[in-house]
Design a binder for this molecule. Structure first.
Ligand SMILES: [Mg+2]
Length: 322
């Protein structure tokens, strides 16, 4: 399948697309969150409603947490205390929210942030047990590869380490940490301009180096090895479980050839549709860039200015450092 990547993309455009894509995928999926596939009119654009009663184009916790992470990196650099503190401000005061309220939060995230408030220790407040392997840390990952993609190829280990650290604050199970390592290098590769088929290949040189430094969790390795190519719905599910969520987002990204088709395919899996959309949106936005996002999806996105400001601030920080 040919991939329609606009000729004008640059790393700046692809990083911008990565965060906007996250928010757009989140907003598209929000209206059908918790609905089983086949039980709703297929999503073709923004729609009001869903379990949180949002207006069309409004987004959820995925985007709020990504905005908090982006703001932290742009404000103080890499600091887990600060990242956790900003997540708590979202949880308690509704900062970084589209409507000023924290109206949804995952169980694992809520438990971890309450533990951080008690202990003040961001590296150990996330749950380690396998049962807590939700998609809450891959859904917000974009700011890490957006800011640090240029660590590839030479310092892939540092990028992978930051991806892991970003997850520890709320999701510390081995599967979540491994999923963040893998997704971070895929997103960084795409933002850096690597070809879509190349970064999705099980033999991509960066993936081989990542494995050499530390093998992926076996279930994440199955996904990285290409499970998303061979499986189809109903085996592909819009699940909140990190392994299936990552696989579903890659399935939607891989089988389509433009931004809009990718995020709609993800959202239409239903169930945890907003987070599947958010993960797929990061991939598609990082691949096709800002120019690849249709105008009506940009125009209808609630709080677009908040996202654009976050992108600009991250970019300015990167420019200062380089
Ligand atoms: Mg959500």
């Amino acid at each position: 399948m040919s991939t329609r990547i606009p000729v004008t993309t640059s790393s700046t455009s692809r990083a911008r697309g990565c965060l906007l894509g996250l928010a757009i995928g989140d907003a598209l999926g929000a209206a059908v969150e918790f609905s089983r596939p086949g039980t709703f009119v297929p999503v073709t654009g923004y729609r009001a409603g869903g379990p949180h009663g949002l207006a069309a184009g409004e987004w959820t916790d995925d985007t709020s947490m990504a905005l908090a992470l982006a703001d932290s990196i742009a404000s103080v650099g890499w600091n887990l205390d600060d990242q956790a503190t900003r997540y708590v401000r979202w949880m308690r005061q509704g900062e970084y929210s589209v409507n000023g309220r924290c109206f949804d939060i995952g169980c694992t995230t809520g438990t971890a942030l309450a533990e951080f408030e008690r202990s003040g220790k961001p590296r150990t407040c996330g749950e380690v047990i396998d049962r807590s392997s939700g998609n809450g840390s891959i859904m917000r990952l974009a700011p890490v590869p957006m800011r640090y993609f240029s660590l590839l190829p030479g310092d892939i280990g540092r990028l992978a380490e930051m991806a892991v650290e970003s997850s520890l604050v709320t999701h510390a199970s081995p599967k979540c940490l491994s999923a963040c390592r893998y997704l971070a290098i895929v997103l960084a590769g795409l933002i850096g301009g690597a070809d879509k088929e190349e970064v999705l290949s099980p033999s991509w040189t960066m993936l081989q180096e990542l494995r050499r430094q530390e093998p992926l969790h076996t279930e994440i390795e199955d996904v990285a090895g290409g499970s998303f190519r061979t499986r189809q719905p109903p085996q592909i599910v819009g699940s909140g479980y990190v392994v299936r969520s990552l696989e579903a987002a890659l399935w939607a990204f891989h089988r389509t050839s433009d931004f809009e088709a990718a995020v709609l395919a993800a959202a239409n899996l239903g169930n945890d549709a907003d987070s599947t959309g958010a993960v797929c949106g990061q991939l598609a936005g990082a691949c096709y860039g800002y120019e690849g996002i249709p105008q009506q999806l940009l125009a209808g996105l609630a709080g677009r200015e908040m996202i654009e400001v976050a992108v600009s601030r991250l970019q300015a920080t990167a420019d200062e450092a380089d």
